[in-house]
Ligand binder design. Structure first.
Ligand code: PEP
Length: 252
């Protein structure tokens, strides 16, 4: 059975005081046991966040990790560093990293392989640009992104993978894919996994949707059968909104 997940991507927002108060606010709220809740503060605050969420059901994850094991890579953070402070999951391939840091499929595959071989689970992000959807190329673009990266992995690694379909035109724009567009793409993604592996693998992987999810549109999107939750940017910075989005994904 696949997991329901709501993960907050805090991006480059919040200093120490804001990070601490947002986590304390979240800890006061009731969540739903059937939804895994994750937050991803910026690197400098990960250890503080881990200490703060102690004894709650919130998992702290990283927004990124470097593709090399260690060495002269100024400003970067390694898998081993993250593991040493108790991080067990990271985002990889967020569109903002693909665009602003030129992370291509080759680099992303290196990151994925290094993370998974060191027991750092991943939420792998991908999705098409607006012109690609407008030219009706979105299925092929997504298929290529997957075939060049996660679909190259051994089947047994798929239990450590969550996918996040994030159409770039919907990230931080206020524009959301319709529930039908999300469902159609998620079903297609599951079909790609089925073709590369088997039914168990394709049915067991959680596929999140990301792109301007808010309390007002979350229920409809999460109600689609192949949408297992969301990766939330802007709305995850507000504890109450984040709670409502988690509630929208719960069957309890
Ligand atoms: C994201 O950055 O992953 C994201 C989905 O952002 P937003 O919810 O703000 O569109």
């Amino acid at each position: 059975m696949r997991k329901k997940i709501v993960a907050g991507n805090w991006k480059m927002n919040n200093g120490l005081n804001q990070t601490t108060s947002l986590i304390n606010e979240l800890k006061e709220l009731d969540f739903y046991r059937d939804v895994s809740v994750m937050i991803s503060p910026a690197f400098p605050f990960l250890k503080t966040a881990i200490d703060l969420v102690n004894n709650s059901s919130i998992e702290v994850i990283s927004q990124n990790v470097h593709q090399k094991k260690q060495g002269a890579y100024t400003g970067e953070v390694s898998v081993e560093m993250l593991k040493s402070i108790g991080i067990n999951k990271t985002l990889i391939g967020h569109s903002e990293r693909r665009v602003y840091s030129n992370e291509n499929d080759t680099v992303l595959l290196e990151k994925v392989e290094l993370a998974l071989s060191n027991d750092l689970d991943i939420i792998f992000c991908f999705g098409e640009e607006l012109f690609e959807r407008k030219s009706n190329n979105h299925f092929q673009v997504v298929k290529n992104q997957l075939e060049n990266t996660v679909l190259k992995l051994d089947r047994h690694l798929w239990r450590k993978i969550v996918l996040a379909y994030e159409p770039i035109w919907a990230i931080g724009t206020g524009e959301t894919a319709t529930p039908e567009q999300a469902q159609e793409m998620h079903e297609f993604i599951r079909k790609c996994i089925l073709e590369s592996y088997d039914k168990t693998t394709s049915e067991n992987v959680s596929i999140l949707y990301g792109g301007s999810i808010k309390p007002s549109n979350a229920t409809e999107i999460f109600s689609k059968k192949d949408v297992d939750g969301g990766l939330i940017g802007g709305a995850s910075l507000d504890a109450k909104d984040f709670q409502l989005i988690i509630k929208a994904n719960s069957s309890l």
